[in-house]
Design a protein around this ligand. Structure first.
Ligand SMILES: CC(C)(COP(=O)(O)OP(=O)(O)OC[C@H]1O[C@@H](n2cnc3c(N)ncnc32)[C@H](O)[C@@H]1OP(=O)(O)O)[C@@H](O)C(=O)NCCC(=O)NCCS
Length: 140
């Protein structure tokens, strides 16, 4: 994902994707050398994106979002599969961790599909709601 990709969805970030970071925070993420963001495109239209932070031998999934009218069509799986492959191919990363809202059952199903396991919980992480911590360990 490039800044020009982000610019092309700037005006529909909140309406067509989901409520998360502001444009400026997202832009600084793209410029952070420890981050990597990918997009899913259909005929040049961005229909999803996702990203990781890498810290030494660990990756952290910061976001995976599919455009609202393209959900449940396999795009989230495609994005997650690609992020996992990027991590595996780095030959440096041993595990991928993420936090997901305890109420976000669909996202939890997505992660479970790729063998992420629940390893803990952070209370009151999202305005009173707990975060489920899920991790995928690689066996080299
Ligand atoms: C979570 C999200 C990225 C999933 O994207 P998606 O493109 O719909 O994902 P997929 O179509 O690949 O579905 C992946 C799995 O999620 C589950 N799922 C998806 N939509 C579902 C629905 N409407 N009802 C029940 N389960 C559903 C299924 O288990 C599915 O696996 P399957 O393909 O074997 O059925 C998407 O719902 C989204 O953008 N949500 C808002 C942002 C968000 O919550 N991101 C996660 C932050 S931690």
């Amino acid at each position: 994902m490039t800044v020009s990709d982000l610019d092309s969805i700037k005006d529909i970030l909140y309406t067509d994707f989901d409520d998360f970071w502001s444009y400026n925070i997202f832009k600084s993420e793209l410029e952070n050398e420890n981050s990597k963001y990918i997009v899913a495109k259909l005929n040049n239209e961005i229909i999803g994106f996702g990203g990781i932070w890498q810290v030494i031998d660990e990756a952290h999934i910061t976001n995976i979002v599919t455009k609202k009218n393209f959900r449940n069509l396999g795009i989230g799986s495609l994005l997650l599969e690609n992020l996992i492959n990027i991590c595996k191919n780095s030959n440096k990363i041993n595990s991928i961790t993420l936090e997901v809202n305890e109420d976000n059952v669909i996202a939890q199903k997505l992660y479970e599909k790729f063998d992420f396991k629940v390893i803990g919980k952070r209370k009151n992480y999202y305005n009173g709601k707990a975060a489920i911590i899920m991790t995928l360990y690689f066996n080299y």
